[in-house]
Design a protein around this ligand. Sequence first.
Ligand SMILES: [Zn+2]
Length: 175
Amino acid sequence: MLVRKLSDRIYMIDLKPLGFENFIASYVLNGEKASAIIEAGPSCSVRNLLAGLREIGVRNQDIDYVMVSHVHIDHAGGAGTLMKCLPNAKLVVHSRGATHAINPEKLWEQSKLVLGEVALAYGRIEPVPENRIVTPSDGETFHLGGSIQLKVVETLGHSSHHLVFRKPKPRSFSR
Ligand SMILES: [Zn+2]
């Protein structure tokens, strides 16, 4: 089983790269108006991610966004391969990460340099067409319908192009 239902309309898919369980996961938010995948994972597990979508019952063409925290190979190396299978999806990525998503050659070479055989096992990083990329600003909110919203927060540190997608806190009532 690849899919775990976390709450109404929110799922986690165990990507099982190279058969390793509980190692890398993607989240699927199946909103009433739009659906998003959080983290693409590496190229080698895109097939498992697509199998997870089928298990959830979401069609490839119904995915509107693939949102990645940053473009390192374990989180987004498979974004280009994945986007080829999701005809209506946009890749949501930090503006500094977008450059690498569009032209991943340098990133791929760096990944091989740092990770060696692990990078090769994760699989080649394919490019994402520039017209399919969205670079949100810090604080921007994506409304997927109903209570499913994601606020983009720039969280630099681990990388110079890192984002977090968080569910906004419900407003408290002031008297
Ligand atoms: Zn990283």
